[in-house]
Design a protein around this ligand. Structure first.
Ligand code: 4GY
Length: 224
């Protein structure tokens, strides 16, 4: 999968070169291309924002650099162009899976008071929100989409576990995990996990998933 990210703050995306996503890019399973919208400014000071028509506080990202940045990309019928904002469709695991089917994503990150609406009208296929709160820019939401979607790209996760194995694949939360030592500050690992009885362990884990979901997120049990 190829993901282009359009932003005024490309350095914020350096974390995508670490850990699992860094490895996925080295293996060419995933190609993440961060585009600096400022490179498309026609202004001698590389200005990309201006005051809002109608007045009011803050600055608006100009249509021209944003549209020229889109025009520099190879957009095909398989591309999904996303704007991240609180007005968008709420991201959940079903939407993550839907986006993971695309060959090419483009994610536009707004900043300040947002982007000139005409640049959105001309370029955006889908507006996505990561939750009902307001951030200073779309960069963190873009990283949330890249991270969650990448887990469904074949071979990005280790062969031992697939994205489908984990929380939400069955609308249940995960069971608790333990590692050595067996006793930590007086707290014992549940005995069943030391028994070597894998039938009983699977049964215990399944029951834990149901109990934890009932306790913490009963709304998930009513979903689907
Ligand atoms: N929540 N989900 C979110 C956000 C802030 C564009 C500048 C969110 O996706 N994006 O809070 N974005 C941005 C929105 C203008 C501030």
């Amino acid at each position: 999968m190829k993901i282009d990210i359009l932003t005024l703050f490309p350095n914020m995306f350096s974390s995508l070169n670490e850990s699992i996503l860094g490895r996925a890019q080295e293996k060419n399973l995933l190609e993440i291309n961060v585009v600096n919208i400022r490179d498309f400014s026609k202004d001698k000071h590389k200005k990309c924002d201006d005051a809002p028509f109608g007045g009011g506080a803050g600055m608006v990202m100009m249509a021209q650099p944003v549209c020229d940045a889109f025009d520099s990309l190879d957009i095909t019928p398989d591309t999904c162009r996303i704007y991240v904002s609180p007005k968008g469709k709420r991201l959940d695991q079903a939407l993550v899976k839907e986006l993971a089917q695309k060959k090419h994503l483009v994610i536009l990150c707004g900043h300040y008071e947002g982007v000139d609406q005409r640049a959105l009208d001309l370029n955006i296929d889908m507006e996505v929100s990561i939750g009902d709160y307001v951030l200073t820019g779309g960069e963190i939401p873009a990283m949330v989409i890249v991270d969650s979607v990448s887990r469904f790209v074949p071979q990005v996760l280790g062969s031992a576990h697939s994205a489908e194995d984990e929380s939400f694949s069955d609308n249940l939360l995960e069971y608790p995990q333990y590692t050595r030592p067996q006793n930590f500050r007086g707290l014992e690992v549940p005995q069943i996990l030391l028994s070597g009885n894998h039938g009983k362990i699977d049964e215990w884990r399944h029951n834990q998933k149901i109990e934890i979901t009932k306790q913490k997120r009963p709304d998930l049990l009513k979903k689907d």
